[in-house]
Design a protein around this ligand. Structure first.
Ligand code: XIL
Length: 461
């Protein structure tokens, strides 16, 4: 009956010379760093700190959808949580958790055992009392935050740059066994949290990364409950990009652990200029691409999102401008767009160009070359995972384009940016967003697929 009515309507429309599809209009959802990362099953986060949480312009962005994760920059460190032995103060950490929960941010706990920001009483303890103090600190804090953090940096920065173990009250008292002990204690307190070891200058291959690799391998072999390795990625353009970062992340993943970029920032010697910004953008793009290329790289955290609250200027004299938002909370099109394209997204507004292209597409198809006044559309699959994929279509030729194709395998678009989507069954029609009218134009989308994901024949008119 229903089919007859539709057939009848089609006949009627054909009879009056109108050709149309019954379309469902879908507004393109807002593309954010988190939405792009989530399309690949990852999170994109920003560190934060308590004083900033009173800055409403700042919190509007932190909690406004760009991010899906946060890490307290200081609030869960030993000197904040247990400033005197046996006295625990969770006020600051709880404030970050409360903000996070209200804004859909998952929390990485940072950090249980670290040689820095360690209260004096720990260093003053006789060696024989160190292990009990370490275990009590971990047990109390991890129990308090159980169910509120999805991961913990259990041990932070255990190595010197040459790959030898760093001396610390823990190492001095217990040797490197403090590491295994810390992980076992954390697992007992919170069996559901992913337990990480975290360090800097391990992002690329080298002596320090080798030492970390060997440690993780031996911890795994000994049955120590370690789930992940964090790579801080505090980079500086004047020191060059880490060597073989993707391969480095992959070799850790191959040990059977998750990996994460935990504290990303890319500093420069001030003043900022366009050449430095361009280099910085390349670094951001490369880090993001390295993570995206490694299945077990679960997420990326920038070490706060704005230069207004970066730790860099106070730590590295004369350096700064390390983050994708400037000190006025304005996005830098260079760094921000480089992260977007690294995550497989398309730059959405007519902003400055990105210095480094994304990964080469796995496959693509173009419409026939245009006659005068016509246009060409090239359809690419830029990323694909079980059940989903990201597509990108670039258009050259005339302004006011319309791109059409028909999916052959039941693919369905869930989200599209850079244009207005009409999908009726397998038939897709896309017209430009107002700012994307004039070629060269690109739009992108997320879609589902199953079994086969054939490239469609695209038409541009
Ligand atoms: C930094 C904080 O961002 C600063 O506010 C604080 O003064 C010092 O620590 N590696 C880490 C982080 O693991 O905890 C550090 O955070 C940056 C380096």
């Amino acid at each position: 009956m229903r089919r007859k009515i539709i057939a009848g309507a089609a006949t009627l429309l054909a009879a009056v010379g109108t050709f149309t599809f019954v379309v469902t209009r879908a507004e393109a959802a807002t593309q954010t760093l988190q939405s792009l990362a989530a399309a690949g099953g990852r999170y994109f986060g920003s560190a934060t700190d308590n004083p900033e949480l009173t800055d409403t312009a700042y919190t509007a962005i932190l909690g406004g959808g760009e991010f899906g994760q946060t890490t307290p920059g200081n609030a869960m460190k030993w000197d904040t949580i247990e400033p005197t032995q046996g006295t625990f103060n969770y006020t600051k950490g709880d404030a970050v958790v409360t903000f996070a929960q209200a804004h859909n941010l998952k929390v990485r706990g940072h950090t249980l055992v670290w040689h820095n920001q360690l209260p004096g009483w720990v260093s003053a303890l006789p060696a024989a009392q160190l292990q009990a103090a370490l275990e009590n600190h971990i047990t109390q804090e991890a129990t308090h935050y159980k169910g509120k953090v999805f991961a913990w940096d259990v041990v932070n920065e255990p190595f010197n740059d040459d790959g030898t173990f760093r001396t610390s009250p823990f190492y001095n008292a217990m040797g490197s066994d403090y590491i295994a002990d810390a992980f076992r204690t954390a697992r007992a307190a919170d069996p559901d949290a992913k337990l990480y070891i975290n360090d800097y200058n391990t992002d690329g291959q080298g002596a320090k990364a080798d030492a970390m690799y060997n440690l993780v391998k031996s911890l795994k072999a000994a049955g120590v409950p370690i789930d992940g390795v964090g790579f801080q990625a505090h980079l500086a353009i004047q020191y060059g990009f880490p060597t073989n970062m993707q391969a480095n992340l992959q070799r850790f993943a191959d040990l059977g652990v998750d990996v994460a970029i935990t504290e990303l920032d890319v500093r420069m010697v001030l003043p900022r200029d366009s050449a430095k910004d361009a280099t910085q953008a390349t670094y951001y793009n490369n880090v993001v691409k390295a993570c995206v290329a490694v299945t077990r790289c679960v997420g990326i955290t920038i070490w706060d999102y704005t230069d207004k609250y970066s730790w860099v200027p106070s730590t590295f004299s004369g350096q700064g401008a390390a983050l994708p938002w400037d000190e006025n909370l304005v996005k830098k099109p260079t760094a921000y767009d480089a992260i977007v394209t690294g995550l497989g997204g398309t730059v959405q507004s007519p902003s400055a160009s990105v210095t480094s292209a994304g990964p080469s597409p796995s496959k693509s198809a173009s419409s026939s070359p245009p006659a005068a006044g016509a246009c060409t559309a090239t359809y690419k699959i830029v990323g694909s995972w079980p059940g989903g994929f990201q597509g990108e279509v670039s258009v050259t030729g005339k302004a006011g384009w319309t791109v059409r194709w028909t999916f052959a395998n039941g693919q369905t678009i869930s989200q599209l940016w850079g244009g207005t989507l009409s999908q009726s069954g397998s038939a897709v029609t896309v017209t430009p967003a107002s700012w994307n009218n004039t070629p060269p134009a690109t739009f992108g989308f997320l879609a589902s697929w199953n079994g086969t994901n054939a490239l469609p024949t695209v038409a541009c008119s």
